[in-house]
Design a protein around this ligand. Structure first.
Ligand SMILES: Cc1cc2nc3c(=O)[nH]c(=O)nc-3n(C[C@H](O)[C@H](O)[C@H](O)COP(=O)(O)OP(=O)(O)OC[C@H]3O[C@@H](n4cnc5c(N)ncnc54)[C@H](O)[C@@H]3O)c2cc1C
Length: 398
C-alpha cells in the first residue's frame, strides 16, 4: 500500500489528501488544531481553481455553494470610476464561504484518509536512506510521500528550503461575512459588490448568495475585505471595528452601512505576509519518495489578486495527477521532481503579478496617488487582464 502523510488540513491539504486517497494511497493528515475548521470568511475562486476542482472530481457540488462574481470595476472613495466594469467574458470568478468549501473538501476525503488533530509537526527527517518522515516530538509519521501543506509558517519548509523567509507585505487585512438577517437594505436593491481604492486603503465587497434565497451559499450574506497599509492593530475587535468605521467614514455608500452592520465577532484580522524569495524547489527526494511543498507553504503571497487558495487547488490537482499511478522508488521520486518543475514557474508568475498589483494598490502620497489614478485606467485592466489570462491559461495535467 502506498502511503502519504499530509501536514496541515487547510484547503490545500484537504484537497491533496482526497486526490491521493481516490487513486489508492493510504493518507494520514496531521493537523495542529484540535479540529478541522475553516475561518468564518469567504474566498474568491477564479476559473483556474474551478478547473482544478474539476480535475479533483469536486466541481459537482460547487454550484450549490458558489455565487458568480460580476465584474464590478474599481472606484475611488468618492465613488468616481477609476476602472469601469467591463462585464465578464466566459467563465468568471465565483465567491464561496470557506466553511462551505471545507465541507465539500472533507466530503471528498473518503475512508482512506485518517485525520489526526492536535498534532503539531516540529521535526523533519529527510535523508537518502530512509522514507521521508515528520514528527511532533513524540511520534514519527513516515510515508512514501510527505506533503507540506502547513501554511505560510510551514515547519517542513523551514527545514527543507531555509532560503525562503516570511516577511510582512506592509499591510493588514480585515474580513467579515455579515449574515443576511443583519444586512440592511443597501444600494437600492442592486447587488452589493465592488472594489474601492484610496490612499493606502482598499475595500472590496461581494454578495454570497441572494437575500431570502436558499440557493447560493448555505452561509450567505455580504462578504467584505478591508486592507490598510501598516501593521495589524493590537486593540480588541470592537476598537478595530471603530477604527475601520473611522478610516472608511467618508467612502461612498454602502461601505459605511456595511461597517455599521458588522459586529466585532464577525471580524477576522490578519497581518498580510508573503514568502521572499520563493523556495528554489517544491520537491525534495528522500528514500523511495520525498517531500512536496504545497499551497501557502510553497508560495504565500498578498491577497490582492485572490489567487492563494486557487494555486493551492492547482498544486493539489497537479500532485494528485503525477502521483496517481507512481510506485515508490524511481517513479515517485520522478513524480515529485515533475511536480516541482510544473509548479515552481507557475507560482513565480502569479507572485510576480501580485507584487505589481501590491505596488499599485499601496500607492501613497499625493504624487504617487495621482500617477496611480491616472494610470489605473490603463494599467489595471492590463494587469488584471494578464492576471486573468495567466489564471485562465492554466490547465490541469492530463
Ligand atoms: C485577507 C485575505 C484574503 C484572501 N482572499 C483569497 C481569495 O479571495 N482567493 C484565494 O484564492 N485566496 C485568498 N487568500 C489566500 C488564501 O487564504 C490562502 O492562500 C489559503 O488559505 C492557503 O491554504 P493552505 O491550505 O495552503 O494553508 P492554510 O490555510 O494556512 O492551512 C494550513 C493548515 O496547516 C495547519 N498547520 C500549520 N502548521 C502546522 C504544523 N506545524 N503541524 C500541523 N499542522 C499545521 C494549520 O492549522 C492549517 O490548518 C486570502 C488571504 C488573505 C490573508
Amino acid at each position: 500500500m502506498r502511503t502519504a502523510v499530509v501536514v496541515g488540513a487547510g484547503i490545500g491539504g484537504l484537497a491533496v489528501a482526497g486526490a491521493l486517497a481516490r487513486s489508492g494511497w493510504q493518507v494520514t493528515v496531521l493537523e495542529r488544531d484540535d479540529r478541522v475548521r475553516a475561518e468564518r470568511t469567504a474566498l474568491i475562486l477564479w476559473p483556474n481553481a474551478m478547473r482544478a476542482l474539476d480535475a479533483l472530481g469536486l466541481a459537482g457540488g460547487l454550484d450549490a455553494i458558489a455565487t458568480p462574481l460580476p465584474d464590478s470595476g474599481v472606484r475611488r472613495p468618492d465613488g468616481q470610476w477609476l476602472v469601469q466594469p467591463r462585464g465578464v467574458v466566459g467563465r468568471g470568478p465565483v465567491i464561496v464561504h470557506r466553511e462551505d468549501l471545507y465541507d465539500a473538501l472533507v466530503a471528498g476525503l473518503g475512508d482512506r484518509v485518517e485525520i489526526r488533530t492536535g498534532v503539531t509537526v516540529r521535526g523533519v527527517r529527510a535523508d537518502e536512506r530512509e522514507r521521508p518522515a515528520v514528527s511532533d516530538g513524540r511520534t514519527t509519521y513516515e510515508g512514501d510521500v510527505v506533503v507540506a501543506a502547513d501554511g505560510i509558517d510551514s515547519a517542513v519548509r523551514r527545514r527543507l528550503a531555509p532560503e525562503s523567509t516570511v516577511v510582512s507585505s506592509g499591510c493588514a487585512a480585515w474580513r467579515a461575512v455579515i449574515p443576511w438577517y443583519r444586512v440592511p437594505p443597501l444600494n437600492e436593491g442592486r447587488p452589493v459588490v465592488g472594489e474601492t481604492l484610496g490612499a493606502g486603503y482598499r475595500f472590496v465587497a461581494a454578495q454570497l448568495g441572494q437575500r431570502g434565497s436558499s440557493g447560493g451559499s448555505t452561509r450567505g450574506g455580504v462578504y467584505w475585505v478591508a486592507t490598510a497599509a501598516g501593521a495589524p492593530r493590537p486593540e480588541p475587535p470592537a476598537t478595530q471595528l471603530a477604527l475601520l468605521r473611522r478610516w472608511f467614514a467618508k467612502w461612498h455608500p454602502p461601505i459605511g452601512d456595511l461597517l455599521a452592520a458588522t459586529e466585532p465577532d464577525d471580524l477576522v484580522q490578519q497581518e498580510v505576509r508573503e514568502l521572499r524569495p520563493l523556495p528554489r524547489e517544491y520537491g525534495f527526494p528522500a528514500g523511495p519518495g520525498g517531500f512536496a511543498l504545497l499551497g501557502d507553504a510553497a508560495h504565500a503571497m498578498p491577497h490582492h489578486l485572490g489567487q492563494g487558495a486557487c494555486l493551492a487547488l492547482e498544486d493539489a490537482a497537479t500532485l494528485g495527477s503525477v502521483l496517481r499511478d507512481a510506485v515508490p522508488g524511481g517513479q515517485v521520486r520522478e513524480a515529485i521532481a515533475a511536480y516541482s518543475r510544473q509548479r515552481r514557474p507557475r507560482a513565480a508568475t502569479v507572485v510576480r503579478q501580485t507584487r505589481r498589483m501590491s505596488a499599485v494598490l499601496q500607492a501613497r502620497g499625493r504624487l504617487a496617488l495621482r500617477a496611480r489614478d491616472a494610470a489605473l485606467g490603463t494599467i489595471s485592466p492590463r494587469l488584471m487582464g494578464s492576471a486573468a489570462t495567466a489564471a485562465a491559461a492554466w490547465k490541469p495535467p492530463a
